[in-house]
Design a protein around this ligand. Structure first.
Ligand SMILES: Nc1ncnc2c1ncn2[C@@H]1O[C@H](COP(=O)(O)OP(=O)(O)OP(=O)(O)O)[C@@H](O)[C@H]1O
Ligand SMILES: [Mg+2]
Length: 290
């Protein structure tokens, strides 16, 4: 069993932005979802765990190894798919993967060949292996990103917003691939898409303005607002009045009509219907209460 222990982690950038603010998390094998809006600090947290940047204070311990004083242990056991991969060189996917395998220390030729081939197969890219990655579609690129992250059997895999911009089919394909990687390693998935987390992760945290504002099992977290979410179709121009009177956690257009969702122990007023709460409600309710 792998364990990642993050304690009181803080990161303040030279420009004064406190991107991570006293974060503590304990993560073991399986999929862990890190949910947060743009600018919440997801990439900052991931880069710090990946030991690509040092925290301002706090501790990161991975399998009893202190990562801040010994980043080497993390680097040897990490698979990382960054949010922005940068520019791909004009070589084939297969060649690039071989090159990355060498960088990861897979020096034995036979081992490397087997692993590169297996990963191209697993990510459904084998038939495209002779094409350069920069000619790939977004979904293929993300699958290539996973292939390179899986080189050398990492024990901790970090994927930073991998589903952003993918069409529904590619997104499903990518998430299935992630879940296949399985239960024997830690996979940390950062996303702003609530369904990514509710569909896949047995544990999660919500990050807002650098702070963890909720953490736990998604279903258990949703249970904390069970029977407390109410919805009503209203006229768009009344929304501000509703926001003044009730704890409106979200509003959206449903078939062209404005539907608001309110968090309340009892029926807020006539016309509200109790609905089954979901992770999105929990997310909005938690963010709204902070
Ligand atoms: N290298 C940096 N120097 C200074 N400020 C930074 C740096 N990187 C990020 N920030 C700031 O830190 C905060 C958190 O940014 P971060 O990229 O970690 O958020 P995020 O949750 O990954 O957002 P997104 O969903 O848009 O990727 C933001 O206010 C951002 O402007
Ligand atoms: Mg980011």
């Amino acid at each position: 069993m792998n364990t990642l222990q993050i304690t009181n982690l803080t990161k303040t950038y030279p420009n004064g932005v406190k991107a991570i603010n006293d974060v503590s998390l304990s993560i073991t094998n399986g999929m862990f979802g890190l949910l947060g809006a743009n600018g919440a600090g997801k990439s900052s947290l991931m880069r710090t765990i990946a030991s690509l940047q040092e925290p301002s204070s706090g501790k990161i311990v991975f399998n009893d190894q202190d990562i801040i004083s010994k980043p080497q242990y993390m680097r040897e056991n990490l698979g990382y798919l960054p949010q922005e991969f940068g520019v791909y060189p004009k070589v084939s996917a297969e060649k690039l993967l071989h090159h990355m395998a060498v960088l990861k220390g897979i020096t034995d030729k036979k081992t490397r060949k087997n692993q590169v081939e297996a990963l191209l197969q697993q990510t459904n890219l084998f038939e495209h292996r002779k094409k350069a990655v920069y000619t790939f579609s977004g979904g293929m690129r993300q699958r290539f990103g996973i292939a390179q992250a899986l080189l050398a059997n990492p024990q901790l895999i970090i994927v930073d917003e991998p589903t952003a911009g993918l069409d529904p089919e590619e997104r499903n394909r990518f998430l299935n691939l992630l879940s296949e990687i399985g239960e024997n390693v830690i996979v940390i998935l950062s996303t702003h898409i609530v369904e990514d987390v509710s569909d896949l992760c047995k544990n999660m945290a919500i990050l807002s303005k650098g702070k963890i504002i909720a953490k736990g099992n998604p279903s258990e977290l949703v249970r904390t607002i069970e029977n407390k979410v109410w919805s009503k179709i209203i006229q768009k121009e009344h929304i501000d009045a509703y926001k003044k009177s009730f704890n409106v956690i979200s509003s959206k257009l449903v078939s062209g009509e404005t539907q608001i969702r309110v968090l309340s122990d009892s029926r807020p007023e006539e016309g509200f219907q109790q609905i089954t709460s979901n992770l999105e409600d929990l997310y909005f309710a938690t963010v709204a209460s902070h």
